[in-house]
Design a binder for this molecule. Structure first.
Ligand code: 92A
Length: 277
């Protein structure tokens, strides 16, 4: 009697996951769930940002940011970065295709992709008319980040955002593009690459589906070019973070929010020796 119960449950469980997986083959269903997840985890709505777009920092406020020490300003930004990453983790968790992946594969995709998705979403924060970004409730120019002592990275962040804004993506297109950036079967250390590939292909199908519907098929190759720029901008972030954690080890290793360390501190940094999966 006892041994029969698990058998009955077993097919049910596989039926659910099978039905869950099936939804990938209906692009409308998949797109709707990804767009819903994006909207529920996007931290702020574009129309709210529009209303604030001319709220700039005063000279005194800019001076106050520039008077901060390097490690103080880095910590200030790291907290916002970690905050943004947490919303991306929530976004991922609500994507049906992501949920059916193994825990390890979910972590591997987030480790490599969450920063990239933050940078995609961040382009919504920019006002390209006056080259400012939404930060601490107002719009800031690059001079606000002077005390980070990484002007080349900030310039790269602003340039990337300009490139993204030039594509004039809709929220739905940003949602599907973010899911595609995250669910990438080429990431290292994946246990079940085949399953990630299947989910990636269904998200690609969803993105081409809405681009076709929006009569913007030409955007697809531009988005793939953006993914290459995204990867190098992310690499620059990691490089600067390594520089910072060597220069200010105390701040980096004790004050940084734990999630940030978990997601971005690569083994190479923490454990000398070969970087393993
Ligand atoms: C209201 C929500 C929709 C906001 C969602 C959102 O995207 N917030 C981002 C998160 C963020 C924060 C910092 C960076 N990078 C940097 O500061 C470069 C140096 C650096 C690198 C690494 C560490 Cl640990 C610390 C500092 C990237 C992104 C945000 O707060 N921004 C956008 C980018 C500017 C430069 C700062 C303000």
């Amino acid at each position: 009697r006892q041994d029969r119960t698990p058998q009955v449950l077993q097919p049910m469980a596989s039926a659910y996951s099978f039905a869950g997986e099936l939804s990938f083959f209906f692009p409308d269903e998949l797109c709707a769930s990804i767009v819903r997840s994006h909207r529920e985890t996007s931290q702020c709505r574009v129309e709210d940002l529009q209303a604030l777009r001319w709220k700039l920092f005063s000279r005194e406020e800019i001076q106050a940011y520039q008077n901060k020490s390097v490690d103080e300003m880095w910590q200030h930004c790291a907290i916002r970065l970690t905050d943004a990453v947490q919303y991306v983790v929530e976004f991922a968790k609500h994507i049906p295709g992501f949920r059916i992946l193994s825990q390890n594969d979910q972590i591997a995709l987030l480790k490599m992709g969450s920063m990239e998705v933050v940078l995609v979403r961040m382009s919504r924060l920019f006002n390209t008319e006056n080259n400012t970004v939404f930060f601490d409730g107002k719009f800031a120019g690059t001079e606000v980040f002077k005390s980070l002592a990484c002007g080349d990275l900030i310039t790269a962040v602003f340039d990337f955002a300009h490139g993204m804004c030039a594509l004039k993506l809709t929220e739905q297109q940003i949602a599907l593009f973010s899911a595609l950036v995250l669910i990438n079967a080429d990431r290292p250390c994946l246990e079940d690459r085949g399953r990630v590939q299947r989910v990636q292909r269904s998200v690609e199908l969803g993105l081409t589906h809405i681009l076709h519907r929006d009569n913007q098929d030409s955007l697809m190759h531009k988005l793939y070019q953006r993914m290459a720029v995204l990867r190098s901008l992310c690499g620059l972030h990691m490089e600067k973070l390594r520089w910072f954690s060597q220069r200010y080890p105390l701040t980096a290793h004790s004050l940084f929010p734990p999630l940030y360390k978990e997601l971005f501190a690569s083994e190479a940094e923490l454990l000398p020796g070969p970087t393993h999966c």
